[in-house]
Ligand binder design. Sequence first.
Ligand SMILES: Cc1ncc(COP(=O)(O)O)c(C=O)c1O
Length: 444
Amino acid sequence: MRTFQEQRHYEAATPKSRALHQQADQYLAGGETRTSAFWSPYPVTIARGQGCHVWDVDGNDRIDFVNNFTTLVHGHNHPTVLKVIQEQLSQGTSFFGPSEPQLKLAKLLCERVPSVERIRFTSSGTEATMNCVRAARAFTGRTKIAKCEGGYHGTHEALAVSVQPSSLAVLGRAERPNQVPADVGLPQSVIENVVVLPYNNTEAARQLLTEHHKELAAVFLEPMLGSGGMIPADPEYLAMLRSVTSKYGILLVFDEVITFQVATGGAQEWYNIKPDMTAFGKIIGGGLAAGAFGGRKDVMAVYEHQQGPAPLNHAGTFNGHPLAMAAGIATFQMLTPAAHERLNALGDRLRQQVQQLCNELETPAQVTGLGPLFGIHFTRQPVRSYRDVLTVGTQFRHEVFLGLLNEGVFLYPTMLGSLSTAITEKEVDTLTAALRRVLVRLTR
Ligand SMILES: Cc1ncc(COP(=O)(O)O)c(C=O)c1O
């Protein structure tokens, strides 16, 4: 591999981004404000987006396969979404009290997702999963939470265990993974309350759940590991989780912050599994900050105002933000079954083309994903869990990522991506052609 060849080209093409990053270093801790959106040597500063394109401050135009990490399902600046935001904006920005758009989006989501009988809004996916933890504990009276190795559920502490450790050495046995704190300073009491399940290992996970069933309030998982690699769950794994949790009165919580876009009713519709609770985020705010969580009526009754205050508090200054609710409604109105079908067909085309290309160039690769969501993993090993992703050579992956930026194609730094309805077959073909040039440059 030609080390740093792509990085040199990247630096030469992005001097303004480099200068802005150096300035940012003097004010923002770490020079940025979203850990996952930093990459070495510095991220590009984005000036604007339109449709499926983004432009950085140096004027480089790139096709956007990140879409604010799976959020902008209709691309940037969709005129219908902009129009409803402007209309709502003319009424004011935010209020101390409910607004009609909140009710409309709640109805729309409950109608799309039969498992969600009652819902509440937050400002982020992090708050959505955090409130699912609190509701599950309040409802069951139990404390422990089981989650999958490689699963990311936001930045609160309760699920910050075995998220995406950077080395295989710390993970422990595959059937009985170690509880690896995601961050420095995580209290031991938090770590002890998390049971880590091996992803896609049905029998080992069943065994762990059976052992801990008396203490478990909930099992959390993304029905397809998202930032852990866009790795779909085996249907039998999900079926086992559903049956074991039902048997022991443990709540099954799907984190659909990323996966909601694979079908009208999300991944739970795709797999035909009904969880007890669901966390939402990203696309539901139409590009503005929003999250939501909901589920069974009896579980969500912890928020009911009966004779006095509700048993569980869920406040938030910007919960159900009217601008985000309006943008979310417009987004879903355009996300018809036909739109899903088209996005999913494009996703299949991308996965097939990229896999074929890597086979032809003899670059070991596994292309994963579901619907419009995809992951490209440079490894010979079939990718079924986060452990498999750790077999990828990170230096090579980073060079490919920078190489694609140099070619005018924007993917997430670990080679994940999503499609938007602004993308056509032409852009998918452009991605494949760009990847061919990058792989040839790096390997020949
Ligand atoms: C599956 C999943 N859950 C939760 C979150 C947290 O959402 P937010 O970044 O809106 O807090 C993310 C963010 O990427 C996510 O991918």
